[in-house]
Design a protein around this ligand. Sequence first.
Ligand SMILES: Cc1ncc(COP(=O)(O)O)c(C=O)c1O
Length: 388
Amino acid sequence: MGNFDVMPDRHNTNTWKWDGEGKGALYPMGTADMDFRMPDVIRDALHQKIDQGVLSYAADKSYFSEAFARYQKKHYGLEIDPSDVFCGTALMAVYKVLLETYTAPGDGVIVQTPTFGHLYNVPRNNGRMVYENRLLYNREEGTWTINFEELETMVKDPRVRMLVVCNPGNPVTRGLTEEEMKRMYDLCNANDVIMLSDEIHSDVYYDGRKHVSVLHVCDEAQHNCILLTSPGKVFGVPGLKIAITVIHDPKLKARYQVVSNNCRVDVIDLGMVAVAAGFDGADAYIAELQEALQKNKDYIVKFFAENDMKIRLTKPEASYLFWLDFSDWNMSCAELAELLKKYGIVYSDGTEFGPGNEGFMRMNIATTFTQVCGMCDALKKCYTENIA
Ligand SMILES: Cc1ncc(COP(=O)(O)O)c(C=O)c1O
């Protein structure tokens, strides 16, 4: 049995997914972490560091930036200068620092929804004017596309300083195409708007699709371009809270250096040691993970196609977070959550992903195949007994 067929016992491990929101549930499939053990190289690196007996301040962090640059080259063909790589603790904390670096209260920030709620809430709760560029939903096809017409008008508004993109999209599982990414970048650059691309889910794609980073489509000088990412998802170490920012544009970089120094945006050496080991030594793990998730995805897509449960599954292209439209059940997210819980299922409420998502739920499929099959049967039972 491989790593991805076996679930470590996660009960009583103080994990939010199992002991918090999913306590007592058979199928806790909300919070975005994986039910898989981290790669052995990462566990070994952590043990070695701990065995030194002192967790100290790091003398040199360049090994981390260099390992990240090697990883990006190997997996995505990107040429990243290690001196453009900044690390920090928690993507959302770094996001707030980035907002403070480049925007002022009252400035406009465009956010494409549905999206990871904090991408929307952090600017809104910090006095920025959020321009909601809602993705266009094709209910019949189960697809979400960018509303370029609206976006073009928004980026031209002189108050707008930043466009926030989530690629691949959480929760819509879109892996944006080169054409879409390039068109957004060109629009931003022409209007001196920063394009900030959150690519934390870039390591999981289905059916041979390839990730297109903002760094693939920007101009050579990387004007107005920021990449934000984290290896926490792919290596199963979100609790290490590592965030990575790549800023090459000299004007943007100089400002970030000052602001991030001022608030000591940093990351613990334990975390850097761990993921650097993963960057160089976890390729086999990533390949097996992709295979396991592809199997889960194929099963779910087939199950939903063969069993009409009046739930529309957004076509999954990337990431392990799937987006479900329950609007034909005519229930609020709170009511859905209560009903699903009776069948042992916990998902994330659609209302966490920006305005207008009542009746949607997000399902995390990064678990064993056995769990996925059990969850599908429980969902069908729930539908049959309550909705059909
Ligand atoms: C799109 C996106 N960005 C960021 C994060 C995580 O941020 P943090 O490092 O603050 O936990 C997540 C976690 O689920 C996410 O889905």
